[in-house]
Design a protein around this ligand. Structure first.
Ligand code: UD1
Length: 429
């Protein structure tokens, strides 16, 4: 099994190019199957989650052509398999194929999603939306099956703000008859990007980015060429890496507006932030200051950036409080961080953090995607060597993470045996 071996203590300095947004890509790839014409997608991240989605799409009979590392062409005119069980068991976003196929073919079957284990992840709001549009949804033998004779627009009020349910209902509704209104919709940047993508295929969606999305069904969608937005969470992860290592990183090819909640917290923590049109520079010259953070739906502070800021606050002066309000099981990595010397007490959905002067290197294991990235940041600040195991979680959503960190001066390598760990230690002694 591959691992990262890291020697900490070097401030990360330089520029890093941010890739396309994973969570937008997963939805966009699924929706690319909703037309018989060819769809060309650019700025697609090359990560294991997006690659699994592409394999799943190919398994339905669709034509998938990887034109370049970040470009793909999809033509779904030959789809002949409407139940998808392979390739996507481990990716949460597999459920987007349910919305896409239900919308286009009025029938879909997808293995129940698992994804990162960060708490209960119900899909009741997705099902509520599909049912309101006239579908029958059953769960049997681990497969969710949805089918309908016809889909008819409806007024749907989401009980919780859900990115996945908002996107899935949009997919089913764009080809439904009449008008659908989704109230209490998610407003995340990738929800807006996804609506823009569907509109570029001929859909009629208004209000994405607000609480109320209005969709007028159209008869069919056509081909398009589309560039995915930059990844807010990848960018935010490097911003927090700059803060935690007392470095100076410019994240390039980003939309600074999407990063405002993260930038605001970094300013509270004593960092300097310099924004330009498509870049944000984070400069951290002295010890971070404590602050309090609560994760919220966009435009609030993202839950996917919670472990990274907890790692940074674990090194700040004073006591910080981080409250997780989206997923109930998202502090599992704290045990690992404690082994690196952090002083953090978790009570329910709150972490009480008493900053320490420094972490010390240890062998730790990535419990999920974002927590894994956060442990890498911790190791980059730590005294001595660390080994991060289970990096397959990290590779789900970060392209070339170790290479990008090396470019910034990070002493990190991907290894697959103990001998390589020894070699790394000798090289960085
Ligand atoms: C998406 C992101 C994930 C991010 C999360 C919140 C993708 C592929 N994943 O996940 O990285 O952490 O948004 O920004 O885009 N809920 C229900 N019933 C439902 C659906 C959700 O109760 O039917 C609850 C969830 O348990 C959670 C909250 O709603 O407490 C938000 O979940 P949701 O926005 O749906 O997250 P995902 O779409 O799974």
């Amino acid at each position: 099994m591959e691992k990262y071996v890291i020697k900490g203590g070097v401030p990360l300095v330089g520029e890093v190019e941010i890739g396309g947004a994973k969570n937008a890509a997963l939805a966009i790839l699924a929706a690319a199957t909703m037309t018989d014409e060819t769809v060309y997608i650019d700025n697609m991240p090359d990560e294991s989650d997006t690659n699994a989605m592409l394999q799943a799409i190919a398994s339905t009979g669709a034509f998938v052509d990887r034109v370049g590392r970040h470009e793909v062409k999809i033509n779904a005119s030959q789809v002949n398999n409407f139940t998808i069980e392979d390739y996507i068991k481990k990716i949460r976003a597999s459920y987007y194929l349910l919305g896409a196929f239900l919308g286009k073919y009025k029938q879909a079957g997808v293995v129940l999603p698992s994804g990162c284990n960060i708490g209960l992840r119900p899909i009741d709001q997705h099902i509520k939306g599909f049912t309101a549009l006239g579908a029958q949804v059953n769960i049997e033998h681990g497969i969710i099956d949805a089918h309908a004779d016809r889909l008819v627009g409806n007024h749907i009020y989401l009980d919780v703000v859900s990115v996945g349910a908002t996107i899935n209902i949009m997919m089913a509704a764009v080809l439904a008859e009449g008008k659908t209104i989704i109230e209490n919709a998610a407003k995340e940047p990738h929800v807006v990007d996804f609506a823009n993508f569907l509109n570029s295929m001929g859909a009629n969606i208004k209000g994405a980015g607000t609480d109320v999305i209005r969709i007028r069904g159209v008869e069919k969608l056509h081909g398009t060429e589309y560039t995915i937005i930059p990844d807010q969470i990848e960018a935010g992860t490097f911003m927090l890496a700059a803060a935690a290592t007392k470095g100076d990183i410019t994240v390039k090819n980003v939309i600074p507006k999407h990063l405002e909640s993260i930038s605001a917290k970094l300013v509270e923590m004593g960092c300097q932030i310099h924004e330009s049109d498509d870049a944000v520079r984070v400069v951290a010259t002295r010890r971070l200051q404590n602050t309090h953070v609560k994760t919220l739906p966009y435009p609030g502070y993202p839950t996917d950036m919670q472990p990274q800021i907890t790692v940074a606050l674990g090194l700040a002066s004073g006591i910080s409080i981080v409250t997780e309000s989206i997923f109930e099981n998202r502090f599992k990595y704290v045990d690992e961080l404690t082994r690196m010397g952090a002083n953090i007490k978790v009570e329910g959905s709150t972490a009480i953090i008493e900053g320490v002067d420094m972490y010390t290197g240890a062998v730790v294991s990535a419990p999920d995607l974002r927590a894994g990235a956060a442990l890498v940041i911790a190791a980059l600040t730590a005294e001595g060597y660390s080994t991060i195991e289970d990096i397959q979680y990290i590779e789900r959503g970060y392209e070339d993470f170790d290479a990008k960190l090396r470019e910034l001066g990070g002493q990190i390598e991907k290894v697959d045996c103990d001998r390589d760990i020894q070699k790394f230690k000798m090289k960085h002694a």
